[in-house]
Design a protein around this ligand. Structure first.
Ligand SMILES: [Zn+2]
Length: 215
């Protein structure tokens, strides 16, 4: 399976809760790398609560901070190697992450900021490099402050104006996770640098901020 296929599989699985379907119908997934990429979605450890230190491979997902480790059964269920499993059902883990994000939003302290590489999709001919930028996602929404060919620009997308955001895992020539920010005319593909971020969390925060601002 390619990374794109894994991407699609994970997205679909969450949308339709394939995991429950798989368990209830006893459909085994014998693919030996079945947990690979799962840490992109399950980015927060439920044992030590550390974010962005999860990793996965083969049929396992683990936390590089506290070393807790889970294996994924052929029926899509998780089980901790030692101690409490926390979440056997993968979508429950994801919903738990959403609750942590919601709390940050409700307490007014949600904030992500990091350096990023930007690419643009100006037309159907493909991507062009658009220089470096600083991406900020906080209670106000998205701000992208960048520089392209010596000209600085700022893009603001208020939290109340977007109910969701498009993300991709291991995308494009850099094989990096990205957030796609759109204006009426342009599409900015923002690839945060380093490992201290999760586009899944940014996506959850976009949804939770929109709901919070609407209330
Ligand atoms: Zn941990």
């Amino acid at each position: 399976m390619s990374v794109e296929q894994i991407n699609r599989k994970i997205n679909q699985a969450f949308e339709y809760d394939d995991f429950a379907w798989q368990r209830e119908n006893k459909i085994p997934v014998l693919y030996k790398d079945r947990a690979r990429g799962l840490h992109k979605v399950l980015y927060q450890c439920p044992a030590c609560r550390t974010e962005y230190r999860m990793d996965s491979g083969g049929a396992a997902i683990w936390c590089n901070h506290c070393s807790k480790r889970w294996t994924m059964s052929e029926y899509g269920e998780l089980k901790a190697l030692e101690g409490e499993t926390h979440f056997a059902h993968i979508p429950d883990w994801y919903e738990w992450e959403r609750k942590q994000v919601r709390r940050e939003v409700e307490e007014g302290r949600y904030c992500f900021q990091g350096n990023a590489t930007v690419r643009m999709l100006p037309n159907s001919k493909g991507f062009i490099d658009f220089g470096k930028a600083v991406l900020t996602h906080n209670m106000d929404g998205f701000t992208l402050e960048g520089n392209h060919d010596g000209t600085s620009y700022t893009l603001n997308i208020p939290a109340q104006s977007v109910y969701s955001c498009h993300i991709e895992y291991n995308y494009g020539k850099y094989k990096r996770d990205c957030v796609d920010l759109n204006t009426l005319n342009d599409s900015y593909w923002v690839f945060p640098e380093g490992d201290d971020f999760s586009v899944t969390k940014i996506s959850l925060a976009t949804e939770e901020l929109f709901i919070y601002k609407k209330l």
